[in-house]
Ligand binder design. Structure first.
Ligand SMILES: Cc1ncc(COP(=O)(O)O)c(C=O)c1O
Length: 378
């Protein structure tokens, strides 16, 4: 059995469907389900007194850090990508008149947290895309001496366009701005190393390519960013001094500890699932997984083009991801057509179908997709 077939056997949902929709939601693999189940059943048998929760979560922080090239103290657990972006947006020392650059392709989870800053007098500028690409030049054109933040998804949810974060971070740092990224469509699918890419902050939910569940994820903030961040929430993990008898002092004792961004207990079951998802990536090899995804995505784009469809994802080297989108007349009826043939995909807007592959996808599944789309009466 080849490694990717063994990997595939861990996903029960793949036995009876062609699942090309991990960009929407993964079908959690058995080891993730088992780890969450084992944790909860241990808790239900013995209660919290055996300290399992306290011992189980810290290693997950280490795993996340190792996976994205960060330090464990630069990682905090979050509920969702939007939660992580909000935490960063609200904690940065931004003043009225400061500018933030977003773009017109990003998911609302990386748009609304920035727009919410407008009520504090922060100016939000929107870089324009061209053919679903968000070129670095277009962002550069919006940067002024007042720009403090550029926020962008590493991989765009609609088109699968992958941003050249390294060039963008060099540009941002040269102009005195921080680069904040939404990494949910990238971590676990495309190479994502915070040091190599130079990102200052990144948020990622764990229910897509990380291979785990909704309700958990992580935010990365570089030590330099942590130095200047003032979290909105205060709680036991805010690193406070004192106690109820001596009096509390919400005084940061270790600025470079990202746990101060977490207000209270973390979603332990979610964190464990996240850790189990990353274990699978480590076991099968992040690079091997990424290379297979890249090969499968290119094959998918080629097949769709040959079937006469306009593929909207970029073909520029380095700009492709595991997400491949194409234009149709009516996305919803097309999606239903695919589903009737056992193929799960997403609609984007009213005229785009997005398919997304992972290392478990088989070549015959892409051939079948090509056959089904070719058979659709337009
Ligand atoms: C790029 C991107 N960001 C954010 C989200 C939503 O993430 P969350 O629900 O974790 O905020 C999605 C979901 O599809 C997405 O594709």
């Amino acid at each position: 059995m080849e490694w990717h077939e063994e990997f595939r056997s861990l996903f029960p949902a793949l036995r009876d469907r062609i699942y090309l929709d991990i960009a929407h939601h993964c079908c959690p693999p058995t080891p993730v389900v088992d780890s969450v189940h084992a944790f909860l059943s241990s808790l239900s048998r013995t209660g919290g007194s055996n300290q399992v929760p306290n011992e189980a979560v810290p290693p997950v922080r280490d795993k996340i850090a190792a996976f994205i090239g960060a330090k464990p103290n630069e990682i905090a657990f979050i509920r969702s990508t939007a939660d992580g972006i909000n935490i960063v947006a609200q904690a940065l020392p931004l003043q009225p008149g400061d500018e933030v650059v977003i773009n017109d392709q990003d998911h609302s989870s990386n748009v609304l947290p920035w727009l919410a800053l407008k009520k504090r007098g922060i100016v939000v500028k929107v870089a324009r895309s061209q053919d679903y690409r968000v070129p670095v030049d277009s962002i550069a054109g919006e940067i002024t001496p007042k720009t403090r933040v550029v926020a962008i998804s590493h991989v765009q949810h609609r088109s699968g366009f992958r941003c050249d974060l390294k060039t963008l971070s060099d540009l941002c740092h040269g102009r005195g701005a921080w680069l904040v990224t939404d990494a949910i469509q990238s971590v676990g699918s495309s190479a994502f190393n915070v040091r190599e890419l130079g990102v200052d902050a990144a948020a990622c939910g764990s229910y897509k390519h990380v291979l785990s569940t909704v309700g958990s994820g992580f935010v990365y903030c570089s030590e330099e960013l942590l130095d200047v961040m003032e979290p909105v929430y205060a709680g036991p993990s805010s690193v406070v001094r004192g106690n109820k008898d001596t009096g509390w002092q919400v005084e940061v004792t270790d600025r470079r500890d990202a746990r101060r961004l977490e207000a209270g207990s973390v979603n332990e079951a979610g964190a464990l699932g996240l850790g189990a998802g990353l274990d699978l990536h480590f076991k099968y090899g992040p690079r091997r997984i990424q290379e297979r995804i890249s090969y499968l995505a290119s094959k998918t784009a080629k097949s769709l083009r040959e079937a006469g469809y306009q593929v909207v994802c970029s073909t520029t080297p380095g700009e492709m991801s595991g997400l491949v989108s194409f234009k149709v007349d009516s996305a919803e009826s097309f999606r239903k057509h695919l589903l009737a043939s056992g193929i799960c995909a997403s609609t984007k807007d009213t005229d785009i179908i997005r398919v997304s592959v992972h290392a478990y996808t088989l070549e015959w599944e892409i051939d079948r997709l090509a056959e089904v789309v070719a058979g659709y009466k337009r």
